[in-house]
Every structure is written in structure tokens, then in C-alpha cells.
Design a binder for this molecule. Structure first.
Ligand code: PHE
Length: 374
């Protein structure tokens, strides 16, 4: 066999002259491939062997100078060598890639069982927190929670609630009217959560006990009014429900919510078209110290009353058989009083400093402080 003089120079042993017999080249190549510790090193080995000026490529180039017989034999051997080296390179590349992936997975490992980092936690917005408290407190008294649409037709928002179209209450409510499809009922952004009284009575059969926390809208904007705000409605319907139930339920609630078992409350006669009798509920406070629940001044907290017989009848209930009461309160208002928040507008500014101050840890449980009015 003609001797083919070639040198394979692995990267890190640049000048070592190497054998040109194929088994030796193959074993040196395998050693170099095995020694390559990362994809770049392996690529250098590949280029030194199979690249344009690589050792095996050079061997292939010499075939032209051989006799046809030799060319056939040596060509087959060199090609077999090339195939073997390619396979070894591929196998090594797969190993290196798997190792690199394993190393990355180990380095970027996340232990999902570690506890959260409280220093990075957000807070629950005071409005959400109050709604959670309302849900828990009324839940303990057997109330379920209902939701309904923010966009209402005027029958649910007004008509069914005994507020006819000429009624001044419609103007009082600063209603946002929306475009309605031709021929259909006028559509509004609900001005209160009371439409859910209607929806609930139409959908369920008594006994009914629900609260409805949700968004409400009125065209009004100053330090104590926002065009969007939150209310929580309450509705109880059963046989034999009286004003005493309304009073007991609300006194219990106010004492629990403001965490003051001796909180003083006052029921003051008022007017709502959908309740009869109607009342405003005030809690005692001290104007000078700001103390809530005691003192000689009064703060209006919510509207309430016994469901008007017309409203029961509008919902298909016989007022001689079923009675009930409802109440509605402003969620912002009771939240401002409970936490001493002076300006309503700050609720919607999304200022993280404000949220960090007035917000609650998501991990803090809702307290179920018991009133003592039973
Ligand atoms: N919907 C009334 C309001 O927005 C509040 C209310 C609810 C009054 C239920 C009585 C009964 O002012």
C-alpha cells in the first residue's frame, strides 16, 4: 500500500506528528472526541478531522493519485473511517448536549415547595378585603353570595323596584344611560345592587338569604363620590320575617365588622320606593377623636327596610305569605371608616405605597369577630 503521509493535529496537541494508518487515525480521533469537554472543543475536533483541510478530508483527496484498484480498496476504508468518526462525533455531541441541559436544569432549579417570600408579596386591596369580610360575616349567618350584571335594563334597576319612570328617585341616582337596541328596554349602568333583589326573587324560591357585593355606577365625582363604586346588597325572604330580624341581623353585622361588641347603632326612619318601612342605619362615633362605635355623634352607614309588597308581587311572591328585608351599603364608605382612609379617590389610584399601607397580606385570615347582640 502506498503510504499516505498526513498529520492529524488535535487542538491541544498542535505539533504531534501522527500515524497515517487508518486504525491509528481512528483510535486517535476517538480519544480526541472523548476528550472534548464542550460543544466548541468537539467542533474543533470535527474540523481538524472532517473540515475542508481536515485529516480525513486530505486522505480522501489523495485517492485520485492511486491506481484504480487501490482507489477502490483505500477509498472504501477511508469512507468507512469517515462514517465511524461522524458517528462518534454525533454520539459525543448528544452526550455533551444532555450534560449541558442537565447542568442548566440543576442551576435553574426552582423548589416549588419553599414558602412564599413575604417581602415580595402584594397586598389585598381594601375593597376586596372588605368584600371578603362581608362574605365571611354574612356567610356565618347563613347568607350565600350572588353576583349580577353591571349593565342592567331599567326594569330591573328601577321599574320592578317600585320606581316608576316619572319617579324623582331616577333623577336622584345620576344614572348613566347606555344606547339600547331599538324597541328594547332602556339600558343603564346599574346605580345600585338592588336589581339583584329582583333577579334573586325571580330565580329562587324562599327561604332566601343572600348578599350581593359588586360594582355600581353614578355620574358623580368628588372627594366622597366616584362614578364607579361598590355596594353590598342583602336580601332575606321567608315566612314571618319582621323588622326585629332586620335589626338583629344588622346590629350583629355592624358589631362584628367594626370589631366592637358594644357598638351603638340607630335606626332612623327614611324613604326608599322598594322598602316599607324604610330606614337609614347610623352608628355612633365621636366627631373629635374619630372613635367609631361610641360617642355622641352619628354616622350614616346604610339603607334598609322591609321589602315593599309591590316588589314581592312584581317577583311573583304573595306578600301575605312571604315577607323579607333588604339592606344596601357602600363598601368604600364602611372601609374608609374601619381603616381611617380619608379620601375615596385614593382607592382607585393604584399607588403601590398606598396599597402597601392599607392593603392586607394575602395570607391573613378574615377575622370572624362575633357581635354580642344575640
Ligand atoms: N339601593 C339603595 C341605595 O342605593 C340602598 C338600599 C338597599 C335601601 C336595600 C334599602 C334596601 O341607596
Amino acid at each position: 500500500m502506498r503510504r499516505v503521509c498526513l498529520t492529524f493535529r488535535p487542538l491541544h496537541a498542535p505539533c504531534a506528528a501522527m500515524s497515517d494508518d487508518l486504525p491509528t487515525i481512528e483510535s486517535q480521533a476517538r480519544t480526541a472526541i472523548a476528550a472534548a469537554g464542550d460543544p466548541a472543543a468537539l467542533d474543533a475536533v470535527r474540523i481538524a478531522l472532517l473540515g475542508k483541510t481536515g485529516q480525513v478530508t486530505a486522505l480522501l483527496k489523495t485517492l485520485g493519485s492511486l491506481t484504480p484498484d487501490e482507489r477502490k480498496r483505500v477509498g472504501a476504508e477511508v469512507n468507512a473511517l469517515k462514517t465511524a468518526i461522524s458517528a462518534a462525533l454525533d454520539a459525543r455531541r448528544a452526550v455533551l448536549e444532555a450534560e449541558a441541559l442537565a447542568a442548566r436544569l440543576a442551576a435553574e432549579r426552582i423548589d416549588v415547595t419553599l414558602p412564599g417570600r413575604p417581602d415580595r408579596a402584594g397586598t389585598i386591596h381594601p375593597i376586596s378585603r372588605t368584600m371578603e369580610e362581608l362574605t365571611a360575616l354574612f356567610g356565618a349567618m347563613g347568607f350565600g353570595v350572588k353576583e349580577g350584571p353591571d349593565i342592567e335594563d331599567d326594569w330591573h334597576n328601577f321599574g320592578a323596584l317600585n320606581i316608576p319612570s316619572h319617579h324623582p328617585a331616577r333623577a336622584m341616582m345620576d344614572t348613566f344611560y347606555l344606547d339600547a337596541a331599538a324597541g328594547s328596554r332602556p339600558v343603564v349602568l346599574r346605580t345600585h345592587t338592588s336589581p339583584l333583589q329582583i333577579r334573586t326573587m325571580l330565580a329562587e324560591t324562599p327561604p332566601i338569604r343572600v348578599i350581593v357585593p359588586g360594582r355600581t355606577y353614578r355620574s358623580d365625582h368628588d372627594a366622597t363620590h366616584s362614578p364607579m363604586f361598590h355596594q353590598c346588597e342583602g336580601l332575606v325572604i321567608d315566612r314571618g320575617i319582621t323588622l326585629a330580624h332586620l335589626k338583629g341581623c344588622l346590629i350583629d353585622f355592624l358589631r362584628a365588622f367594626f370589631e366592637r361588641p358594644d357598638l351603638k347603632a340607630r335606626f332612623r326612619s327614611s324613604y326608599f320606593p322598594f322598602t316599607e318601612p324604610s330606614m337609614e342605619v347610623d352608628i355612633a362615633w365621636d366627631r373629635k377623636s374619630g372613635e367609631i362605635g361610641g360617642g355622641s355623634d352619628w354616622l350614616e352607614i346604610l339603607g334598609a327596610g322591609m321589602i315593599h309588597p309591590n316588589v314581592l308581587a312584581n317577583c311573583g311572591l304573595d306578600p301575605r305569605e312571604f315577607q323579607g328585608f333588604a339592606f344596601g351599603m357602600g363598601v368604600e364608605r364602611i372601609t374608609m371608616l374601619k381603616h381611617g382612609i380619608p379620601d375615596l379617590r385614593t382607592f382607585y389610584e393604584s399607588d403601590v405605597r398606598w396599597l402597601a399601607h392599607y392593603g392586607t397580606s394575602p395570607l391573613a385570615p378574615v377575622t370572624l369577630h362575633e357581635g354580642d347582640a344575640r
